[in-house]
Design a protein around this ligand. Sequence first.
Ligand SMILES: C[S@@+](CC[C@H](N)C(=O)[O-])C[C@H]1O[C@@H](n2cnc3c(N)ncnc32)[C@H](O)[C@@H]1O
Length: 186
Amino acid sequence: MADHICPVWVGYLLASPVRRIFQSPDKIVGPHVKKGMTVLDMGCAMGFFSVPMATMVGADGRIVCVDVQEKMLESLLKRAAKAGVDDRIEVLNCAKSETGLDYLRGEVDFVLAFAMVHEVDEPETLIRQLHSLLKKGGHLLVAEPRGHVSSEEFDDTLRWSAKAGLTTVDRPAIGRSHAALLKKTD
Ligand SMILES: C[S@@+](CC[C@H](N)C(=O)[O-])C[C@H]1O[C@@H](n2cnc3c(N)ncnc32)[C@H](O)[C@@H]1O
């Protein structure tokens, strides 16, 4: 599946406010992100979701923003500072094959993996890692772009998730995306 990584210029487009017309962070992550939560935005790019989620978790919450591209994170930090929420944002420039997130094992309430699983070389391994980071009862929202990912490929993601111990609890309708809300039940 992984044949390219989203270029930085596309990162600017993804962070555009115009995107809210068909992918509203309030509607997509708003129901899942509460005050005080620890949230992981995996493959965050320039923070289209991270910055609003930082407002949602409040000053006592924490958003861990992870990306393989340093330039995405630099832009994210500028946007977070402009929005006055950089105090609760941590950024991590991870390697392609290693998240470096073991220190968060069992601590995360909510993981967002939006339009990133198809860019990963070993998606099944990534899903197992995300499962290990969640608290019991925590959720992973995974969404993949219909333009790049077929229904069959998204079904593979759901199969790997079930194998890892993540139960599909909802199939939210998200513009131009396949999406599933998964819960860590074990
Ligand atoms: C299409 S963009 C989506 C960005 C963001 N989630 C959004 O919806 O605006 C995919 C992002 O995932 C990042 N990415 C790709 N492979 C990754 C990996 N193995 N670990 C972390 N981030 C990765 C890319 O650098 C890029 O910023």
